[in-house]
Design a protein around this ligand. Sequence first.
Ligand SMILES: [Zn+2]
Ligand SMILES: [Zn+2]
Length: 211
Amino acid sequence: MPGMKIDLHVHTRPLSPCSNMEPEEMIREARRIGLDGVCLTEHHRLWDPREVEGLAREGGVRVFQGVEITTDQGDVLVFGLDEELLHVVPVEELRARVQEAGGFMIAAHPFRGFLLFGVSQLRVDVEQACRRPIFRHVDAVEVLNCRLTLEENEMARKVAGRLGLPGLAGSDAHRTEEVGRCITILQKEVDSVEELVAELRSGRFRTETLR
Ligand SMILES: [Zn+2]
Ligand SMILES: [Zn+2]
């Protein structure tokens, strides 16, 4: 099936110190497994745009800049914001900045660990899960993240469905073997973050587990 295969959620070092992967390795792997594009979403840190261009040129896949920001209500993937926010931000504040910049926000792994906290015993149902404040401030929900359990991803998918928010996929790769495990396939090819945001807004995509 045609379309642009893109991994929306990837961490590289040194900007994400929790990652095991150099950006060049990540891009080599992305190309090897047939991805068309990858998004650098380091924790709170932004790349120099010239370096991103250089990576894309040498690697033969498209590379887009995003960022993962920890808010008081959970982690959010952001596209289209050019300012670096180095601390935990209230989600309302992030929302206002991103809206002003014309960007896009995705609630990242919203139910990571939710079973560990024993909420399953309390039978947190979809209805209750929908009331989490984060969902009032995002454009979409990550419903497929390779580091999560089936149940955690499933809960996110149900909540997104109930709220009428688009569901996106990203690997959240911190190691080469995780690159591209969960991908979003855009119907249309994009060449810039602006075009990417427009396609995410349009809803013309589907999600897939690649490996
Ligand atoms: Zn995260
Ligand atoms: Zn992440």
